[in-house]
Design a protein around this ligand. Sequence first.
Ligand code: SF4
Ligand code: SF4
Length: 285
Amino acid sequence: MKISIASGKGGTGKTTLATNLAYLISQTCPVVLTDLDVEEPNSKFFIKGNKISEKKVFKMIPEWDKDKCILCGNCQKVCQFNAVIKLWEEVLIFDKLCHSCYACSELCPKNALPMKSYDVGKITQFEYHDIHFVEGKLNVGEEQAVPLIAQTIDYVHKKFPHDMLLIFDSPPGTSCPVIEATKDADYIILVTEPTPFGLHDLTLAVEVMRELKKDFGIVINRYGIGNDDVITYCKNERIPLLGTIPNMKAAAEAYAKGELLSTAIPEIKTALNKIIQNLKVCEVL
Ligand code: SF4
Ligand code: SF4
């Protein structure tokens, strides 16, 4: 079973929910928590486990061989991402724009663009109590999250048995990275806040999930700071409201100290256990 935790925007409490659900559920069944928010992975501030392994992740980009090149300009024409440009007597490769599609390399008439590996980030595995924790992290300055997300998911699938519960902490938003992180999940939990901004971004995330034909439910974090429009929206749209996590000053303090809210604050532990119960009712767990 694969559950992805996503949100229409950052800062809604996605990581809080992912780490705490993983911690509570791990007390009764084996869990793999995976941080796929590879540009800014935060789960490890709360899941401080022992490092088990680390591996670099590479992508393939073309390298220009000027001795073979006849400056025909074919490579520039075939690249849909403007990652290769012929400028006077030079061919420039913009590695951060390259999507590793191999088109320029394969269509170069002189084999002047062999593909070379290029280090984009790393995948690290930790163990914390009964949680297996895997983190994907892009190198500073790298912009393409999707290949690393795909490789991190692949790592988890190869490393752990298929019957384990996998919880993916997805990147925020509604663009390619979140689609990559959720497209193979069995169930998605969308986290939001009870504010007009929260509702606006939630509706966009719901559209994406419907487009992907995914089963999903909603958790409202910081419940109490705004209004009940998100609850009304869930009722009108017939979307399961899995639960609410109360807004508490103590939660902000625990979060700032890197503490798991489920261990620091009993009221929040109760709220999280209700969410777990509702996931069971939805036959997700
Ligand atoms: S397609 Fe090959 S030969 Fe033509 S400009 Fe590009 S690198 Fe040079
Ligand atoms: S591999 Fe694809 S994306 Fe990268 S430079 Fe070549 S054509 Fe462009």
